[in-house]
Write a protein that binds this ligand. Structure first.
Ligand SMILES: [Zn+2]
Length: 40
């Protein structure tokens, strides 16, 4: 075993991180909520 699992975990985490949390294209309210979650 090596420490490479750390880099692997970071890579997987980035890949799984959603770009959006809501149907941001649905309406203004969804877009605003999505933006709020992305900033948090
Ligand atoms: Zn909506």
């Amino acid at each position: 075993m090596s420490m490479n699992w750390i880099d692997e975990a970071k890579r997987v985490f980035r890949a799984k991180k959603p770009e959006h949390f809501t149907e941001y294209g649905h309406c203004e309210e969804c877009a605003e909520h999505d933006e709020t979650l992305l900033k948090s």
